[in-house]
Design a protein around this ligand. Structure first.
Ligand code: SF4
Ligand code: SF4
Length: 496
């Protein structure tokens, strides 16, 4: 199967919008956002160590495990990967990047998403096993580990290995920013074709100042104009995740840092609006790789197991497994459940669906299992995102104002808990969850239908059915879980 790479249509240039555009384009625009979030991260660490060790009253637990997660999914859907853009962990990373100019490349064998799948698995496992949501102290250590990891990897390797290959938060954001209504793209491919330095990816750093004159296409066909390009010790960073602007087809691997925008000497790259999820409709916008496909599939199943971990049947399953297998270690029981639910099940489901759709349509010889899974994997993004959105928005909407008294107490005042302990109506939250799950499911179905039509034409329905069944089961399982009583993690003390 040979992918035909298409260029998604672009909308408005966001960086040309009056206020937001100016702020984002400004040399220190992103830095301001990062500085703000870094201050926030330092406040979480401080409260995690010296604040009250009650999860519901501590910034370190309430902020990341309740509010931030809820906000991240909303922002991803409405605006894009703004969390990675302002990520506090990239501030020490940028410092380290300057140290690592002569660093080495990340090992070839690890330049894929296997580590990202592992780190997501490890994060969700530790979240359950160590009850991270209930421990401000451990959460503070986790934030420190993030800072250290981002700095160390950036200092050692030339590319942004932490963001691109390891960070579980970044991996989550990158996969689901494929649904976002914004993306990086070039204004004129002709200018890129004649660009000498390719600063968007290479940056403009040079140990000694250098001036270069570039001939780039002018407004009139056949004419060129000369542009002066300066490189020097204070040069701009190129794309840390090594994306080459004119070839970008997907938000995967893009942290929306806008380094490419600042680095391009020809003002030829920008952030554009687009139809949400446009890239998922296009063949060839995602590389056909097992690691990438399984990341998208596994994230959907992880969404399910993360929600399941907060419902009573999960504890019954844990007990049943421990008794039937005679295992006394909670660590081992949890590991078994997580390995089965988050790794084996997604792998088995996608391989079985690919095998069935190839078999039913008679294309076993033409299409490999890998290519078939890759063709349908992008369609897991909406259904998976629906599950995460329904889960995280539930926790946010149950106590959206609870962050206020926590901040009041952190600042040394008296928390006005009575005033801020309001909640959205439970029935409304349930309806919203159902709506989000249904939208995610039908969106996935539509994407898979288009993939099936591309691959199987008249036999598309046969090829689609196994995948449709997987999306349906995911959606129904999520709905079943959300109708169960859920643990109010991080807000239990207030409602219990
Ligand atoms: S985006 Fe800018 S720096 Fe990159 S290739 Fe095009 S013109 Fe060159
Ligand atoms: S430099 Fe540009 S393409 Fe690369 S991650 Fe940042 S915004 Fe995305």
């Amino acid at each position: 199967m040979r992918p035909i790479t298409q260029q998604p249509a672009l909308g408005r240039d966001i960086l040309r919008l009056p206020l937001v555009g100016r702020l984002l384009r400004h040399r220190h625009g992103r830095l301001a956002l990062q500085a703000l979030l870094t201050l926030g991260a330092l406040a979480l660490i401080m409260d995690g160590f010296v604040g009250p060790q009650s999860a519901a009253r501590n910034l370190a637990t309430v902020t990341p495990w309740v509010h931030l997660r809820g906000l991240v999914v909303i922002v991803l859907l409405l605006a894009g990967n703004l969390f990675c853009m302002g990520c506090p962990f990239t501030l020490p990373r940028s410092l380290a990047k300057r140290l690592s100019r002569r660093g080495r490349r990340f090992p070839q064998r690890l330049r894929n998403k296997w580590l990202a799948i592992f780190s997501l698995f490890a994060l969700f496992f530790l979240y359950e096993y160590l009850d991270l949501w209930a421990s401000p102290w451990l959460t503070a250590w986790l934030i420190i580990a993030y800072f250290v990891g981002a700095f160390a990897l950036e200092a050692i390797f030339t590319e942004s290995a932490f963001c691109k290959y390891i960070c579980p938060l970044g991996s989550f954001n990158m996969v689901y920013s494929t649904l976002s209504p914004a993306r990086i793209a070039v204004k004129s491919p002709d200018i890129c074709a004649s660009c000498v330095g390719r600063e968007c990816v290479n940056g403009s750093y040079a140990p000694q100042p250098v001036i270069r004159l570039d001939d780039i296409p002018g407004g009139v066909p056949g004419e060129t104009r000369q542009i002066e390009v300066a490189h020097g010790p204070r040069g701009t960073l190129g794309c840390g995740t090594e994306l080459f602007a004119p070839q970008i087809r997907s938000n995967l691997d893009c942290t929306q840092c806008l380094d490419c925008v600042r680095a391009c000497p020809h003002d030829n790259v920008s952030l554009f609006t687009r139809t949400p999820g446009a890239e998922l409709n296009l063949a060839g916008s995602w590389p056909q790789r097992w690691d990438l496909s399984l990341l998208a599939v596994a994230l959907s199943f992880m969404g399910l197991s993360n929600a399941f971990g907060m419902a009573p049947p999960y504890y019954a399953l844990q007990e049943w497994l421990a008794l039937s297998l005679g295992i006394t270690s909670e660590f081992v029981v949890l590991l078994l459940i997580f390995a089965a639910g988050n790794l084996l099940l997604p792998l088995a489901a996608s391989v079985a669906a690919a095998w069935l759709s190839r078999g039913a349509t008679g294309f076993q010889k033409r299409d490999s299992l890998r290519d078939t899974v890759a063709a349908f994997a992008p369609a897991f993004a909406p259904v998976g995102f629906g599950i995460w959105f329904a889960h995280y928005s539930f926790h946010l909407l149950v106590g959206p104002g609870l962050i206020v008294p926590v901040i009041q107490e952190f600042l040394g005042g008296v928390g006005d808990w009575g005033r801020w302990s309001f909640s959205l109506d439970a029935g409304l939250i349930g309806l919203l969850q159902l709506a989000v799950l249904l939208v995610g499911f039908f969106w996935s179905l539509r994407l898979a239908q288009k993939a099936a039509l591309r691959l199987y034409r008249r036999k598309a329905l046969l090829g689609l059915l196994p995948w449709a069944l997987v999306y349906l089961l995911l959606m129904l399982a999520a709905w079943q879980i959300f109708t169960l009583p859920m643990e109010m993690r991080g807000t239990l003390a207030l409602f219990g």
